[in-house]
Unconditional design. Structure first.
Length: 180
């Protein structure tokens, strides 16, 4: 069964934090550029501005975050940071999160998508290649770029319908016990 992908909000910070804390040091290095300790991960999550950025996630049956993309936006460029828990890799979740991020970024007026990753990240190198992104590598780091077309009216309508659903589900998630 395909997993649903929804936007997170400020009430999901604890849920999001638990996701990142499940990543081992190597995954934290690949995700953040360094094996961040717990306090720095908490600071990162506390610092997310949900009014400006979008955070899209896939969940398990307990509503624990199993995969997440943080979409930041600066000057028409959407910057993506991604992580998928090891048990759920190679199911296409990262690819789907990026596709959702592309729709969201286009709906918010972005013209470009940017993913920064370490050059030794074979998974990201293969993933960005598969998505047809333009990749530039230098001094152990890589930048992948994708030009984004202007959304059609129908795409915009579908996106904002999804945003309404995300708000409803986000409100509902607040009442769930934070076990996972
Ligand atoms: C990179 C990462 C997000 C990929 O997540 P994922 O959900 O497993 O990726 P997908 O299943 O969507 O993979 C899509 C495609 O990417 C490529 N790919 C993904 N993982 C790969 C791997 N380990 N080796 C080679 N290719 C890989 C494949 O082409 C794959 O398509 P296929 O399965 O049909 O062959 C995940 O490995 C991860 O969280 N790594 C640690 C954190 C990180 O590196 N973040 C990125 C920095 S921003």
């Amino acid at each position: 069964m395909p997993r649903l992908i929804h936007a997170l909000g400020p009430s999901d910070r604890a849920r999001l934090c638990r996701h990142f804390l499940k990543l081992n040091d190597e995954d934290r290095r690949l995700r953040f550029g360094g094996a961040l300790p717990e306090e720095m991960i908490r600071d990162y999550v506390d610092g997310i501005n949900f009014d400006r950025d979008r955070v899209l996630a896939a969940f398990d049956s307990q509503f624990a975050v199993i995969a997440v993309v943080h979409v930041g936006q600066v000057d028409g460029t959407a910057e993506l940071g991604l992580s998928v828990l090891p048990a759920y890799r190679r199911e296409g979740l990262a690819q789907r999160l990026i596709q959702h991020a592309v729709k969201s970024a286009r709906a918010h007026g972005c013209q470009r998508l940017w993913i920064h990753f370490m050059s030794d990240n074979a998974a990201m190198a293969a993933l960005t290649r598969k998505l047809g992104m333009r990749v530039e590598s230098k001094q152990g780091e890589a930048d992948a770029w994708l030009d984004l077309p202007i959304p059609t009216a129908v795409e915009l309508g579908v996106h904002f319908y999804q945003v309404q659903w995300d708000a409803v589900l986000g409100a509902w998630r607040q009442w769930l016990p934070q076990v996972a």
